[in-house]
Design a protein around this ligand. Structure first.
Ligand code: GLU
Length: 382
């Protein structure tokens, strides 16, 4: 028997293109979606965290608004996205609801995945939904995004989402079963590539520029997505999604292209946090907190003795030992005003000081890199 392509992965982001969800007349492909929901339920049953990035808002919205026949202006496609997103979310809620799975909707604009403050909030919301057994359904916030701040295609958006939540695999369900040496529709000698170890200029050249009747992407944005994912330690799979039960097909080792990660997720996170040139402030610790950090624990307010600088939640701060030597860096969980209020205090008093419902860690262990230490400072998210 051939191998299950999804077996190695625990947290999987699945990107569904418009052309799979919506037929050429603008109608939802309900039976197909029901089959996919069954596949997702099987994966979830097997202990996987699943996050869906779904296109289809514009494709559904244009038929709902009676715009099917026309080439859409920007305003019209934003209106279509607005009407269609409701239908799209409902379709997911219904299909996964039939599998007794709850869904949550998250609409994303690029600043959410680029700016650390938003990034941390979006990541926490997704992790919380997953922890509650729900499946987040994500799309770009097309009805408000402007041309300059749009991803424009869900291939790259899904790669950002996958890396943000440290998924170990991103699956792009497409109308083609992977990457070919040339676009197979144009070149009959084109051959399928099962594994891409590294995205070289030769691989990029193979991607060409073709797009299907609905998707914005084509193979070029899929390879772009592959770069984002693999550089962050997330594997990417391109597989054909048009037939019924596309994920079951992958589990049963259907044809696909696997893009292998070029680094580990822990290294990538470390690079990202350590890549900050200027830290926004510093937190000085007592000896007990230093020990806790060395054991891979989060930094709690009680262990902080001194704070310098002004910072926002999500900024990078330096973390020093009692002598002022920098021992770690991390993304801070509180802004500097709140941090000053709670430093030195026990975690159970923090709700009284900065409001119940606020986070009690100064720096969560997932957002912390020990300087000079090996990978043990890094943990899986969630
Ligand atoms: N976000 C768009 C939509 O939901 C689709 C973008 C894409 O097809 O990549 O309609």
């Amino acid at each position: 028997m051939r191998a299950n392509a999804l077996a190695p992965y625990r947290r999987i982001t699945i990107k569904i293109g418009s052309a799979l969800l919506v037929d050429k007349t603008g109608k939802l492909r309900e039976d197909w979606l029901d089959g996919l929901a069954e596949d997702i339920a099987v994966l979830k049953e097997g202990g996987r965290d699943i996050v869906i990035v779904s296109s289809g808002a514009i494709a559904l919205g244009r038929s709902i608004l009676g715009l099917s026949a026309v080439a859409l202006t920007l305003e019209q496609s934003q209106a279509a996205a607005s009407a269609g997103q409701i239908a799209l979310s409902q379709a997911w809620a219904d299909a996964l609801g039939r599998q007794n799975i709850v869904t949550g909707q998250i609409l994303i604009t690029p600043n959410i995945t680029e700016e650390r403050r938003y990034f941390l909030n979006a990541r926490t919301t997704i992790a919380t939904l997953l922890g509650l057994g729900a499946i987040p359904i994500i799309n770009e916030n097309d009805s408000v995004a402007t041309a300059e701040i749009r991803y424009g295609d869900n291939d790259r958006l899904s790669a950002r989402v996958a890396t943000m939540i440290e998924a170990d695999c991103l699956v792009l369900l497409s109308d083609i079963d992977g990457l070919y040496t040339a676009p197979p529709a144009k070149d009959p000698t084109a051959s399928h590539i099962p594994v891409v170890e590294r995205i070289t200029p030769a691989i990029e050249a193979m991607a060409g520029g073709a797009a299907s009747h609905l998707s914005r992407g084509g193979m070029t944005t899929k390879v772009e997505a592959g770069k984002i994912a693999t550089q962050a330690g997330t594997a990417m799979i391109i597989a054909k999604g048009t037939e019924a039960h596309p994920l079951r097909a992958l589990i049963e080792a259907g044809t696909h292209t696997l893009f292998q990660p070029s680094t580990t997720r822990a290294q990538s996170r470390k690079r990202w946090i350590m890549g900050t040139l200027a830290v926004a402030g510093t937190l000085q610790l007592d000896a007990g907190a230093v020990r806790a950090l060395m054991q891979g624990r989060s930094l709690l307010p009680i262990g902080v003795t001194r704070i310098t600088g002004e910072f926002e939640r999500g900024d990078t701060v330096g973390i020093t030992d009692p002598e002022g030597r920098e021992i770690a860096r991390g993304l801070v969980g509180l802004d500097s005003d709140d941090a000053r209020l709670v430093m030195g205090k026990r975690s159970d008093f923090i709700g009284d000081l900065i409001g119940v419902g606020n986070r009690t860690e100064m720096v969560h262990r997932d957002n912390l890199v020990l300087i000079g230490a090996k990978e043990e400072a890094s943990h899986e998210l969630g």
